[in-house]
Design a protein around this ligand. Structure first.
Ligand code: LLP
Length: 435
């Protein structure tokens, strides 16, 4: 299937372990990541920027925030793009140095900004004037200088799903490009603030090849020139994330071309380049492994009912996203494909992974892999229908490790507490009109 998830003798492997063997050991469903794939993808990305003088690669933690994944990337030299206090803590706990951490996000709270200042991170990407003023107040009170970039909304269409487009003027993100010069000038005069550059992020799984990036980067470059002409220093640019991967028939740009574009546009301006890739580093490095519970022949359709559901992988339900579904054991030669909807057990019609998909023969108990599930999979999962969060497994060569165990039902139930008054028979809350 791919270098790190190959078929050998008709059996799906994750590096040198059989997927069926891991399923036997940990039960289904589960997320399965390849350390080799993560490593290769990070290296390819970082090396693509080498001819451009290198870039600070701040992995977008939101895509997959498991501490083991972060630790692996940290050891390869990755920085982090975080969007919450929780992600900041994860990045630091994984050993990512604060000097390589960027804090993004449209609604950072006072506590989150304070945490960023405490940690002494590389850069805070500011997305509004109220945020700028609050950060100035906090930093000045501590006698610190906060290094900030202004996140610009360039009004560029990333040609992606509406729910993950972020660079159009009607989106909530960034400071309008026309307002950015005034914001930058204001920042340069505020106590506790050192504006160091500009940031942009136009959306995720972008379409249109390099086109939307080219447009956004050009607008940013023009802005840098204009700011400098007005006497302001701009020494960094943050290109954001957004590079797509091939889930189905997409043809995302090659990393080398993307890096070359960055170099072409920003090289002449002599700025330090940072970027915030998420999906492209981890997406193809992960699978969601699930078992067929039943195959049901409905009146007009055949349903393959899996033990994974929308709570485990919400992308199809939320974005109509496509994930390939492949058998863990290949059928014999000449097997005939048949059409089915692949669904989960949750009580919603939206709990559908694939509609009218042509699949090889599948029967109760068979294992399947949903591909490209390493990004925005486990991190977006929930316990809806009181289904336990699924475990995450990291494979490296012939070994595999559980990097997040499946919680027990006892673990789940003890998260809730029932107030004392409800524990007594026939009791009512005091002072609430009890008879
Ligand atoms: N930087 C910022 C400021 C972001 O908001 C994001 C993603 C990234 C970087 C990383 O983007 P990437 O390289 O992964 O495309 N849950 C959706 C994707 C949401 C992306 C949100 N922001 C999905 O499953 O497709």
């Amino acid at each position: 299937m791919s270098e790190f998830f190959p078929y050998r003798d008709g059996e799906l492997y994750a590096e040198d372990s059989t997927v069926a063997g891991i399923a036997e050991a940990v039960g289904t469903p589960f997320y399965l990541y390849s350390a080799g794939a993560l490593t290769a993808r990070y290296r390819t990305f970082a090396e693509a920027f080498a001819p451009a003088g290198g870039a600070l690669v701040c992995y977008a933690v939101k895509a997959n925030s498991n501490l083991a994944v972060l630790r692996l990337l940290a050891r390869l030299g990755a920085g982090a793009d975080v969007v919450s206090d929780g992600e900041l803590r994860r990045a630091l706990a994984a050993g990512i140095p604060p000097q390589r951490i960027i804090f993004s996000g449209v609604g950072k709270t006072r506590d989150e900004l304070a945490a960023a200042l405490d940690a002494g991170i590389h850069q805070i990407n500011v997305e509004s004037l109220p945020e700028l003023h609050l950060l100035s107040e906090l930093a000045a009170a501590r006698g610190q200088m906060a290094r900030i970039a202004i996140r610009v909304n360039p009004d560029v269409d990333a040609l992606t799903h509406a729910k993950i487009s972020t660079g159009k003027k009607e989106n909530k993100f960034g400071i309008d490009i026309d307002e950015a010069p005034a914001a930058y000038r204001l920042a340069s005069g505020l106590p506790g603030i050192e504006p160091v550059g500009l940031a942009v992020h136009i959306g995720s799984q972008t379409g249109g090849g390099l086109g939307p990036f080219r447009e956004a980067f050009r607008r940013l470059a023009e802005l840098i020139v204009a700011l400098r002409q007005s006497g302001l220093a701009v020494r960094r640019v943050d290109l954001g994330g957004g590079l797509g991967i091939r889930y189905h028939a997409e043809t995302p740009p090659a990393l080398q071309e993307y890096a070359r574009l960055g170099q072409q546009i920003f090289g002449p301006l002599d700025v330090e380049i940072a970027c915030e890739p998420g999906r492209v580093l981890v997406g193809p490095a992960g699978l969601l492994i699930s078992r067929v519970i039943y195959v049901k022949d409905g009146a007009s359709k055949r349903f393959v009912i899996l033990d994974a559901a929308m709570n485990d992988l919400i992308r199809p339900a939320l974005y109509d996203a496509y994930h390939d579904i492949v058998p863990v054991r290949l059928p014999g030669a000449g097997a005939i494909l048949s059409r089915a909807d692949v669904v989960g057990p949750v009580c919603e019609t939206g709990d559908t992974f694939a509609t009218d998909r042509d699949l090889p023969p599948l029967a109760d108990g068979d294992l399947v892999a949903l591909t490209c599930a390493g990004a925005y999979g486990a991190v977006m999962s929930s316990t809806y229908n009181t289904r336990p969060l699924v475990p995450e497994i990291l494979v490296s060569g012939a070994r595999f490790d559980v990097i997040r165990p499946r919680p027990s039902f006892a673990d789940m139930l003890k998260l809730d507490t029932v107030p004392d008054w409800l524990m007594e028979p026939n009791a009512t809350p005091s002072g609430r009109g009890a008879a």
